[in-house]
Design a protein around this ligand. Structure first.
Ligand code: GP9
Ligand code: MN
Length: 675
């Protein structure tokens, strides 16, 4: 009897335990279910960022919801489902969770209130980005907000871009507000959820959000994205790795980091030391032989994508690669020893060198990183001399942040992709021939004098041309391992024709005699020592030749009335602004240019971002570890390797210039100099 009783008690206890556990699960389940409002809120926000991705034509995900769920589960169990990482879906969910998980700690009216506020803020950001994108093809960054004065001018047009569907982005905010008012009036008792359940759920969501944000982000960084993310080509490129909310937090973090946490504050002494350096440089300036010769003339600067000097005056199967540039070089002033100094900012760095005569930054594009700075820029200087200033470039205005920095540099009008009429697209944009033709037609209507900077694009890597425009006979070049070199020749041959037509057009319109024309290449082709054909063609087998060939771009100057002449001195993109100001009748010594007058045959030196340099006698190739002693110094005449001591003097001068330039940018020093 005793035994039976005991067993009965055991069973009862077990049963009670089971019931208790069941109760717990039920409460937990109930609690989770009661979070449906939060889940709905997350879904709504996800829908909104998806809306932005649709408007901006960017990739949200490549899979439909079911296929996605399938692949996701497969991935969770160790499957190799990389497609779930395509687009910004995962990171969008992750960042939404990170931004909102704290709402789970609240309940009842309080939660609804804060949910409505969060919704208002986030929805407003998404709406603002949507409208902004329609106009600028860009996301609103801190820099954009800082430059609101310029953006303000187009404010009206932005609102004209409002679509009825955009109202959906804000509709639920209104609903939430109404709901809140209704609930506030009713005095219903709400049961307080257990603190454990609240905190547990919030923590769970926080961890989930963190994982969904960092796993896809780290993955894309490892897959080669880090370079693009850090280089800051454009905000939209960053967005592709972070999603919309992620973009804003990365952008704000970077801004705070640069401007507050890691900001170098320059003392009065440092500022005046830097100013003294410029004074010293200006004291050395001498007027050149063409000083003032083009005063009052129009200026057209033709910056040609990836045009290098090695193609000039060279033939393939008996045919000139660049007959037009060869002719122009022969009939005008030609600098065969002109070097490009761009760094990570590629085309934008070449523009920056021309405009400011400062070095590009080592961290990324100055156009992106220092768009708010004060500059002593060529377009502004010419503006003061009565010039109308403009840029023609048939690509997205937001690329390289051009539309933001141009007003800062003194550019009045920027003709970007939408301002050109439709024409055959080659590579990234409408072809150079059409672009140059349309630009010329527009220039012919300008009040004189004008300054036009044209940035071409057809000969962009990978240099592919449509069959019918491959007009150079490259027979015999087909056998090479890769087609890059052959494509490059075809592409440059085509661009050369387009330039020829453009110059003929200027002549026919009677504009050439009133115009100073400047033609140069922006940077190297990106072909490396592995491109056998390129190395063979340029005889760049040894490191010195390879180095010099890659940095060498042509410079041709047409100054009305000047006799043709070839200048053998070393000059660089940094020297463009002071040289042009001098020829145009201004005084470069009144400005803050690091470059020199190109006519100074003795002092020519091209220093590159890593400290390497070329002078008429010496070439120094800096070592990638940054240690001076590990670099290589050459005597150029013979190609002989020297001890590094022989290169020390020009290296030090160049390094000083790089440091001055970096200080000017980091400390926005031009604003602080006493003028
Ligand atoms: C696009 C163009 C790109 O606007 O500047 O050229 P890149 O910088 O890649 O040489
Ligand atoms: Mn370029």
């Amino acid at each position: 009897m005793e035994k039976i009783k005991l067993e009965y008690g055991n069973i009862m206890r077990k049963r009670e335990k089971g019931v208790f556990l069941l109760e717990k699960i039920k409460t937990a389940g109930k609690f989770l279910l009661s979070q449906w409002d939060y889940a709905l809120f997350v879904l709504l926000l996800l829908g909104k960022v998806y809306y932005f991705s649709n408007v901006s034509g960017t990739l949200f995900t490549t899979l439909g919801p079911f296929a996605y769920a399938g692949e996701f589960v497969a991935w969770l169990f160790g499957g190799d489902s990389d497609r779930i990482f395509e687009g910004v879906l995962l990171i969008s969910i992750g960042t939404i969770l990170l931004g909102t998980f704290w709402l789970l700690l609240l309940y009842g009216r309080k939660r609804l209130f804060w949910m409505a506020i969060t919704n208002l803020v986030l929805s407003f950001i998404i709406l603002a980005d949507t409208l902004y994108f329609r106009y600028f093809e860009d996301i609103i960054s801190v820099t954009v907000l800082m430059q609101m004065r310029q953006v303000g001018d187009v404010g009206e047009s932005i609102f004209a871009l409002f679509r009825l569907s955009d109202a959906l982005l804000m509709a639920d905010v209104l609903l939430m507000a109404i709901l809140w008012v209704v609930i506030s009036r009713k005095k219903t008792a709400v049961t307080k959820p257990s603190g454990f359940a609240k905190v547990g759920t919030a923590l769970l969501v926080l961890v989930l959000g963190w994982q969904l944000t960092t796993v896809p982000f780290n993955k894309s960084m490892e897959d080669g994205g880090a370079w693009q993310f850090n280089k800051l080509i454009s905000n939209m490129r960053v967005y592709n790795f972070t999603g919309l909310l992620g973009f804003h937090s990365a952008n704000i973090t970077r801004y705070i980091d640069d401007n507050f946490i890691n900001r170098k504050v320059y003392s009065e002494d440092e500022i005046s030391e830097s100013q003294d350096w410029f004074d010293g440089r200006n004291a050395e300036r001498m007027p050149g032989p063409y000083s003032g010769m083009a005063e009052g003339k129009n200026v057209i600067v033709l910056q040609v994508e990836a045009l290098q000097n090695f193609v000039l005056n060279r033939e393939v199967n008996g045919e000139e690669i660049t007959p037009n540039l060869n002719r122009l070089a022969q009939e005008n002033l030609y600098f065969p020893n002109f070097y490009e100094q761009t760094a990570l900012g590629r085309t934008s760095d070449a523009e920056f060198l021309l405009n400011t005569s400062l070095y590009p930054t080592a961290e990324g594009s100055a156009y992106m990183l220092y768009a708010e700075n004060t500059y002593d820029a060529l377009p502004s200087i010419l503006k003061e001399q009565g010039y109308g200033t403009n840029v023609f470039h048939p690509y997205k205005a937001s690329f390289w942040n051009r539309y933001i920095i141009y007003p800062q540099l003194g550019i009045d009008t920027f003709y970007s992709d939408d301002d050109f009429e439709e024409a055959e697209v080659i590579g990234w944009a409408i072809n150079d021939e059409a672009m140059l033709d349309q630009s010329l037609e527009e220039m012919a209507t300008f009040t004189e004098p004008f300054y036009s900077h044209i940035v071409t694009l057809t000969s962009h890597h990978p240099f592919e041309m449509p069959e019918e425009l491959q007009l150079l006979n490259t027979e015999g070049y087909d056998g090479y391992q890769d087609r890059h070199f052959k494509n490059y020749l075809q592409s440059i041959h085509y661009v050369d024709q387009a330039i020829g037509k453009f110059v003929d057009g200027l002549e026919q319109k009677g504009m050439l005699d009133d115009t100073m024309l400047v033609i140069y290449g922006d940077h190297s082709t990106g072909m490396t020592a592995n491109t056998k054909a390129f190395v063979e063609f340029t005889e760049a087998e040894d490191p010195l030749n390879y180095f010099e060939t890659n940095k060498n771009v042509p410079l041709i100057l047409h100054i009305p009335g000047a006799e043709p002449k070839t200048f053998s001195q070393v000059a660089s993109q940094l020297d463009l602004a002071p040289t042009l100001v001098d020829v145009l009748g201004g005084d470069p010594a009144q400005h803050h240019f690091i470059g020199r007058n190109m006519w100074d045959a003795e002092g020519g030196r091209a220093t590159f971002r890593d400290g390497s340099f070329i002078t008429s006698e010496l070439s120094f190739i800096a070592s990638s570890d940054g240690i001076y002693d590990n670099g290589s110094c050459f005597w150029r005449m013979t190609g002989e390797a020297m001890g590094v001591e022989a290169c020390e003097e020009p290296f030090k001068e160049g390094s000083k210039e790089l440091q001055i330039s970096d200080d000017v940018l980091r400390g926005d020093l031009l604003k602080k100099f006493e003028r």
